[in-house]
Design a protein around this ligand. Structure first.
Ligand code: ATP
Ligand code: MG
Length: 293
């Protein structure tokens, strides 16, 4: 999440999902919560995406059936297998999106169904948490009612940012939003990923250093440089390719480093929960740690 657009949110979701699956052998679910369906179209051909949208098996249909039609939540029906164009991504699954998402959000607001929306998001996350090792949700820029529900129900948020003034302002708006209504709950900050960095640009280096000075940003160690290969990963290749072919050289090294640090930080948070529960004598955190491992 970053309220600023074009900072690499969808690109990072794709790269981390494919890397966690292909390199770290994790089962990963990507939930596309952006009406532009960017990450859905990065994971399959337009024809296949169009078919899924026509068959009403997207996140919009899942949410509309549950929140507006009051039907039971049947999330496995919306999970698509065999996505991605890399050979070794059999553990990668997707709940795709559709342009109609904006209309759904309008209906939720018109009918004051915000509580029902949040309850559905909570039940959905409870279900998928126990079925996948990692669940990645791609949010649009801005703070819609749906994005707010994800942010209040998810375990963690990650904020990609460009090393420039506007993207850093986007982070600041997000931080202020998080500080409002703390009683409503909010995801823990897993960290800020500096993306689209020009290693030779003095201004980029200054913004990178400035972001890292703020300890509560929890910047990931590895910045991601602006590169032609990362620009190209967003184009689905029907012929298929290897992970190394898609993420060659320095790009692969930086994405692997980010994915490894994500796993380490999740594990560290789980350990802290278990330790806190042991101190308080509560069995609840142990259950969470097992569910998220
Ligand atoms: N490290 C990178 N190097 C080169 N191009 C990149 C990199 N990261 C992202 N891009 C490109 O920048 C553009 C924006 O990326 P992306 O769509 O992932 O951003 P976003 O934050 O999801 O945007 P939106 O807010 O519209 O959802 C895309 O064209 C993508 O290919
Ligand atoms: Mg996006």
């Amino acid at each position: 999440m970053n309220t600023k657009g074009g900072v690499g949110k969808s690109t990072l979701v794709l790269a981390v999902a494919e890397t966690l699956t292909a390199i770290y052998n994790k089962s990963v679910l990507v939930i596309d919560s952006d009406s532009q369906a960017s990450v859905s179209s990065m994971l399959m051909t337009s024809m296949r995406l169009h078919k899924l949208q026509s068959e009403a098996t997207t996140i919009v249909d899942l949410l509309a059936n549950t929140v507006l039609q009051h039907q039971p939540l049947d999330w496995p029906r919306y999970v698509v297998a065999n996505t991605s164009d890399i050979d070794d991504a059999s553990g990668l699954y997707l709940i795709p999106s559709d342009m109609q998402l904006t209309l759904f959000e309008r209906e939720v607001s018109k009918e004051s169904q915000h509580g029902a929306l949040r309850a559905t998001i909570q039940s959905l996350l409870d279900g998928v948490r126990s079925a996948f090792d990692v669940v990645l949700i791609d949010c649009p820029p801005g703070l819609s009612v749906l994005t707010e529900s994800w942010l209040r129900e998810a375990d963690f948020h990650i904020s990609p940012t460009k090393p420039d003034y506007i993207s850093v302002c986007g982070l600041e708006v997000f931080r202020r939003f998080k500080s409002l209504n703390p009683e409503m709950g909010f995801a823990e900050n897993l960290g800020v990923v500096v993306n689209l960095m020009d290693p030779n640009g003095a201004q980029d280096r200054d913004y990178d250093a400035w972001l890292r000075q703020r300890a509560d940003n929890r910047c990931f160690t590895q910045p991601i440089h602006r590169s032609v290969s990362l620009q190209h990963i967003t184009q689905f290749s029907p012929e298929g390719r290897s992970w190394l072919g898609k993420y060659p050289g320095a790009v692969g090294v930086s994405i692997k480093s980010i994915a490894a640090e994500i796993l380490e930080r999740i594990a560290a948070s789980d350990r802290a929960d278990v330790a806190a529960a042991a101190t308080n004598g509560s069995p609840a955190a142990e259950t969470k740690a097992v569910g998220a491992s």
